[in-house]
Write a protein that binds this ligand. Structure first.
Ligand code: PMP
Ligand code: GLU
Length: 432
């Protein structure tokens, strides 16, 4: 008689994904959610998600377009590509045409597809956002982590970029510049952008200018490196941060016209994978990218609120001797707890991972270890996403912030009580 008992599947994974763990940003979100479900008090400074609501005009546009059910062109809805190219011209004063745009379900997916389609090494500074390097690993690309210095606010220096490129000048490479940066909130001054552009141009490096936080520059002074290296810069952006719509999953790449072949190759890969981005979301995105007074008003309030909250945190960190590169945008700060090294060591904490695990267990404050962003595991750094507040309430109350007489500390204490408590807990825990 035949033996019908089937053997279990052999665990047979592609070598490139073996040992990979879920992305830490999403894992900390799940962990925080779980702890809340268990009844614990958790301060959610882990996932970098905009706390602000999607502007009502954009939500209304989505409602009006809920019936859109057809597959749209792979590269994206023509009307949306037009409005994005106008947005880019307005924002960056660079030449941009609808044919240069590729829309995808989040810029994360597009960054992945680019690395899949273009055969080259990846150059990123340490620290960098958690997903660039694992994407390269999944695809099997070599990652060059560029060392940075505190004296330079942990930014990629043109000299370091040159040093890497000079070793093998003809090697194809992609460098990702993300500014304002995740995880530091720091941006690049114009002179630095020009120098980086010069080096990239000299060695034909493709620059991905990840500007997902560009409109969240706290002083609205974001400048794209595409101005100085238009022929080699791909601008990456989307709705997730400045429009508060991370879960909607819409991002875009804007290519220089000389890289049309690359855009087309990515569109082919897109056609065989995600097909096209959700139709109702694309229609609603037209309203967001067209912008207007409603969006200007929203962004002005978002920037002012973030700047005020950041200042509140920085003042307290200074008192606690917690150091950090000074952020100019986004909703991140990247503190270093090195001042407490000895005391922490006595409590058995010698790595950023242990620091974050113990802080979460003992105080409920969730943040991500510096090592997740490519920092040395023994550096006691972490990323704080200062987003645990009700964004709608903050926006509604933010009017007072434009009055010089306003008490900004009072504003933060009134509307961001969880953040205030989290900062207090971090301080007590470090000193305890
Ligand atoms: N780049 C950076 C620096 C990010 O923080 C994120 C996270 N949202 C992304 C890209 C990807 O964004 P999305 O896929 O939501 O467009
Ligand atoms: N980019 C966000 C972060 O750094 C979260 C979303 C993601 O990682 O995909 O926390």
């Amino acid at each position: 008689m035949q033996n019908n008992i089937k053997k279990p599947f052999q665990v047979n994974l592609n070598l490139n994904v073996r040992g990979l763990e879920p992305s830490s940003t999403l894992a900390i979100n799940e962990r925080s959610r779980q702890l809340v479900k268990e009844g614990k008090e958790v301060f959610r400074l882990g996932l970098g998600q905009s706390p602000f609501p999607v502007p009502e005009e954009v939500v209304e546009s989505l409602r009006r377009n809920a019936h859109q059910k057809e597959y749209l062109p792979v590269s994206g809805l023509p009307e949306l590509r037009e409005s994005i190219s106008e947005f880019n011209v307005r924002m960056h004063k660079v030449d941009d045409r609808p044919e240069d745009i590729l829309i995808g379900p989040g810029s994360k997916e597009l960054i992945f597809l680019l690395q899949l389609v273009y055969y080259g090494d990846l150059i990123i500074p340490t620290p960098s956002w958690v997903s660039y390097a694992p994407q390269a690993q999944i695809i099997g690309r070599h990652v060059h982590w560029v060392p940075t210095q505190h004296s330079n606010d942990l930014r990629m220096s043109p000299d370091m970029l040159e040093e890497i490129c000079r070793k093998d000048p003809d090697k194809p490479r992609i460098a990702i510049l993300n500014y304002p940066a995740n995880p530091t909130g720091v941006t690049y001054p114009i002179e630095r952008l020009k120098r980086l552009a010069e080096v990239a141009a000299k060695y034909n490096v493709i620059l991905v200018s990840d500007e997902i936080y560009g409109l969240m520059h706290h002083n609205n002074q974001h400048v794209s490196v595409a101005r100085y290296y238009p022929e080699g810069t791909i601008i990456s952006n989307g709705l997730s941060k400045w429009c508060g719509a991370g879960g909607w999953r819409l991002g875009f790449f804007s290519f220089p016209s000389g890289l049309r072949w690359l855009r087309d190759a990515m569109a082919i890969a897109a056609s065989e994978t995600f097909t096209t981005t959700s139709a109702p979301i694309q229609y609603a995105a037209v309203t967001a990218f067209n912008g207007g007074p409603f969006m200007d008003d929203y962004l002005t309030k978002v920037r002012k609120s973030l700047k005020t909250i950041l200042k509140y945190i920085m003042v307290r960190f200074d008192i606690l001797k917690i150091t950090y590169p000074t952020p100019q945008g986004a909703f991140y700060i990247f503190p270093d707890f090195g001042f407490y090294r000895e005391a922490l060591m006595q409590r058995g904490i010698t790595t950023s991972k242990e620091l974050c695990t113990r802080l979460l267990e003992e105080t409920g404050v969730a943040m991500l270890p510096g090592s997740d962003f490519g920092r040395d595991p023994g550096e006691l750094s972490a990323r704080i996403a200062y987003v645990d507040f009700d964004g709608r309430e903050v926006l509604e109350g933010s009017g007072v912030l434009f009055n010089d007489e306003a008490n900004h500390d009072y504003f933060v204490e009134k509307h961001c009580s969880k953040l205030v408590k989290a900062v207090e807990r971090i301080g007590n825990w470090l000193q305890g």
